[in-house]
Design a protein. Structure first.
Lengths: 303, 336
């Protein structure tokens, strides 16, 4: 970390003699040991790794064009030529699932970025300024929390008009609340510490204190929370896609693919179930990885 | 802060939140869509039809008047008229909601009777086979999309094996009992109609299990971790050292306190269930509120969609209120 911020007074003490912070090899090695000890974290890392690779190398991995229709091979069961079978337009489902990983990752990244930063800013401002600002912002958060998030995302997505960008925006609108609460709590804790008081005594501006002192202290908690929620983002996106409120055809979005295959479920089981497996695997991967990262970074939860 | 003050503050917050819910639904239905009427009728509708509907929905008035009308309507329970069914939305919700109640309560019931024991046993046998199995079961549970689990189970247990009845609440061949509560199971019990009861329970098993799986996983996880917390505390050691049987220590001393976080999580899970019910009801053709909303989206029935969304948010808020108040009664430390 470039801007070195003391986590507590005790951390300041040994550094007083030598300014150079000891390298973090020890910590990295400890993290690696913890990671290797937990089978579930390894499985999660592998799953997420596979999805990232699929997304990066999609054009080389997918044997067919995900949008190319070929009516001579409609509704084919899984075979050597078509690993996951074909759909009602003769499109290769495996290729569509592979390209779908790009859409899933894109959704996760953009939603995390928007909702994470919006939530963090609201939380920092509420926690730092307190008083009436805090009250207003937190009641706003309560109002958004009054809706089950998928139901609210459905309403936003429908009002904005169903499309992939609108769905991403809709999910972001309903997922910033936990980050706001978390950032507020962490800010309140940080604000009470001596080094913030010291910075203020030295005449640092509010903006400077927020960015240089509060932000770095709350970041790790926020990052853990972001990784923990990535699985939920995919689930929400897939749910919206399944209901037709997300990416529109012919986009190979996983949830929409499951919905496509619904009418064929009795005779062409592969159309729905195999893209659904991709969703489950991706969510599982992100959940396991998120759990693993939390266990490594948060000693309080280590059991 | 004493209990009365806490309850008063919590109720005031509830009023504020309900107002916020109304504002948010108003923004979604009246402000965001460029033209709700065109969204309803489609781009090719004749101009006079568009104007007529605009007047009927009050959309020709300025926004602040629309807002007042919207709030006033909602307060009186007037949520407009469904464009698809032609009946007042309120009436429709009344028709559809009991099916959702039946489904979510069965799911919660399953989740509680499975999740709490799973969590307790995991905590007692920490890091043993049972604990690991439960952990995998939970994490897989929260990872599977409910609509997919539902489809897979339908495919296997209904279409292929025929072990359980398929979509819907009742087979067409079964005569439904006279509807008093609109809860099919209660109605068939009241009527003493065992054939209908068996059929209704059969229809309920799959969706309730699919919907309850995630909740079971969450409840098991929270019970496990709060149980572990409690088992390390001094009074548990005291209880053991005064020679109490382990069963009494676990059930009477530990579990009672460990269940406090579980109660909260049951409330939180309820939101997840309302959300999951939208998808589960769609997959299982379950005639509940979630399906009412999703069909509303498909048929561009805006009043139905917004009324349903508003209603779900209200139910969710009331549940959260009940949970918070229960929590305050159970754990005096919270009333700070």
């Amino acid at each position: 970390m470039r801007s070195w911020t003391p986590a507590s007074a005790s951390e300041l003490a040994p550094a007083a003699g030598r300014i150079e912070v000891p390298p973090r090899y020890e910590e990295l090695r400890r993290a690696y040991r913890l990671w290797r000890r937990s089978l579930l974290s390894i499985v999660g890392t592998v799953l997420v790794g596979v999805i990232v690779l699929l997304a990066l190398l999609a054009p080389w991995i997918a044997p067919y064009d995900p949008l190319a229709q070929d009516f001579s091979v409609r509704l084919q069961p899984p075979s050597r030529a078509h690993w996951f079978g074909t759909d009602q337009f003769g499109r290769d489902i495996f290729s569509r699932v592979v390209f779908g990983s790009r859409i899933a990752l894109q959704i996760i990244l953009i939603v995390s970025l928007i909702s994470g930063s919006v939530g963090a800013v609201i939380g920092w401002v509420a926690g730092y300024f307190g008083g009436r600002t805090d009250e207003v912002l937190m009641r706003l958060t309560d109002m958004f929390l009054a809706f089950p998030s998928l139901v609210l995302a459905m309403a936003f997505a429908a009002a904005l008009g169903p499309s992939l960008p609108n769905m991403i925006f809709a999910i972001s609108l309903v997922t910033w609340t936990p980050y706001a609460r978390l950032a507020r709590g962490e800010t309140l804790r940080t604000k009470a510490q001596d080094f913030v008081e010291a910075a203020r005594a030295m005449g640092a501006s509010d903006l400077r204190i927020i960015f240089r002192h509060v932000l770095p202290m709350t970041l790790s908690v926020l990052i853990v929370q972001l990784t923990l929620r990535m699985g939920t983002i995919i689930l929400t996106a897939a749910g919206l896609g399944f209901l037709g409120l997300g990416a529109q055809p012919p986009t190979p979005e996983w949830g929409a693919m499951v919905s496509d295959g619904r009418n064929y479920i009795v005779d062409q089981w592969w159309m729905s179930t195999l893209p659904g497996t991709a969703i489950a695997a991706a969510v599982l991967g992100f959940n396991l990885l998120g759990d693993g990262i939390r266990d490594i970074l948060d000693p309080r939860l280590r059991r | 802060m004493n209990l009365t003050a806490y309850v008063a503050r919590r109720l005031a917050l509830m009023v504020l939140v309900v107002f916020g819910v109304l504002v948010i639904t108003f923004v979604i239905s009246h402000v965001i869509p460029a033209d709700p009427v065109l969204a309803i009728l489609g781009g090719n509708a004749p101009a006079e039809k568009v104007d007529a509907l605009r007047r009927e929905l009050g959309l020709d008035k300025p926004l602040h008047q629309q807002f007042v009308a919207y709030i006033w309507g909602a307060v009186r329970g007037d949520l407009g008229r469904s464009l698809r069914t032609g009946r007042p939305v309120w009436h429709d919700i009344w028709q559809y909601f009991p099916a959702t109640v039946e489904l979510t309560f069965s799911a919660i019931f399953l989740a509680v009777i499975l999740g709490i024991p799973l969590g307790v046993i995991s905590a007692i046998r920490r890091n043993q086979v049972h604990d690991h199995t439960t952990r995998v079961f939970s994490i897989v549970g929260v990872s599977m999309p409910v609509f997919w689990t539902g489809l897979v189970l339908l495919l296997l247990l209904y279409y292929r094996l025929g072990w359980l009845p398929g979509p819907g609440r009742l087979d067409l061949a079964v005569l439904p009992p006279p509807s008093r509560t609109r809860l099919l199971i209660v109605d068939s019990l009241l009527a003493g109609n065992w054939a209908a009861l068996r059929n209704a329970v059969g229809h309920l098993i799959m969706p309730a299990f699919v919907l309850g799986y995630v909740a079971t996983a969450t409840i098991a996880r929270v019970t496990r971790s709060s149980m572990l917390d409690i088992l390390h505390q001094d009074y548990i050691r005291t209880a053991r050292s005064k020679g109490l049987v382990e069963r009494v220590v676990i059930l009477r001393h530990a579990l009672r306190n460990a269940l406090i976080p579980t109660v909260t999580v049951i409330g939180l899970v309820f939101g997840g269930l309302l959300e999951g019910s939208v998808l589960t009801e769609t997959v299982f053709a379950w005639p509940g509120l979630g399906r009412y909303i999703t069909t509303g989206y498909i048929s561009l029935d805006y009043p139905a969609v917004m009324g349903g969304t508003l209603y779900i948010a209200l139910v969710f808020s009331v549940v959260n209120l009940i949970v918070d108040l229960t929590y305050a009664f159970l754990d005096p430390r919270i009333r700070l």
